[in-house]
Design a protein around this ligand. Structure first.
Ligand SMILES: CC(C)(COP(=O)(O)OP(=O)(O)OC[C@H]1O[C@@H](n2cnc3c(N)ncnc32)[C@H](O)[C@@H]1OP(=O)(O)O)[C@@H](O)C(=O)NCCC(=O)NCCS
Length: 169
């Protein structure tokens, strides 16, 4: 498995991940398809400028165009001040094979090695067993249940946090 920066040519993978009702069931529902070309271009620019880590998961380096999903760390403001947050998605045909866990672990290892991002937070939906499983299996600490806003919608989430230098399994 390899991680590479998102590029503008990843629009099909974005549509499959973000415009699909099943993939987005715990993220407030599907996003409009017509917004994806613009979204992927903006993400590619942010990733190239190293403002955020927005990575595509490539299961087999021999076929770099075949992507299994995405894993991201970015920083944003909250009412309690700026935080680093992590998110991930694995396409259905690649789920349940440990790829989500390996990709999240790989990006947190990079954060640890580069001493970047500080404490990393994640807010999976309380009912998303696989996503909470990813948190538990790489060493995130469970902090609390809370409501978070995503894409303008309020979601019931679990708040997890990890300090990669000390907590990564
Ligand atoms: C959540 C998601 C990223 C998980 O990726 P994955 O590659 O299928 O997960 P993995 O195979 O790496 O499993 C990670 C851990 O979760 C556990 N797990 C996986 N699926 C599970 C399930 N359905 N129920 C309970 N635990 C589960 C695994 O056993 C593993 O833990 P372990 O190492 O202790 O055994 C993926 O299912 C997905 O993208 N779903 C749709 C979109 C989504 O929900 N995104 C996240 C929003 S918060």
């Amino acid at each position: 498995m390899q991680l590479r920066n998102v590029s503008p040519s990843d629009v099909d993978a974005y549509v499959r991940m973000r415009c699909d009702p099943v993939m987005m069931a715990d993220l407030g529902g599907p996003l409009p398809r017509e917004e994806m070309a613009d979204k992927v271009r903006r993400d590619a620019r942010e990733a190239a400028a190293d403002l955020a880590w927005i990575k595509m998961i490539v299961p087999d380096p021999h076929t770099p165009d075949v992507v299994a999903g995405t894993v991201t760390i970015w920083s944003h403001d909250t009412e309690d001040g700026p935080i680093s947050e992590m998110g991930w998605m694995i396409l259905p045909e690649f789920q349940g094979r440990g790829l989500g866990k390996r990709a999240v672990h790989a990006l947190l290892s990079q954060a640890r090695d580069e001493d970047r991002w500080g404490v990393v937070h994640a807010f999976p939906a309380t009912r998303n067993a696989a996503s909470n499983g990813v948190c538990r299996s790489v060493g995130f600490r469970f902090l609390a249940r809370r409501e978070v806003e995503f894409a303008g919608r309020v979601l019931n989430s679990n708040h997890w946090a990890i300090t990669p230098r000390t907590d990564l399994t």
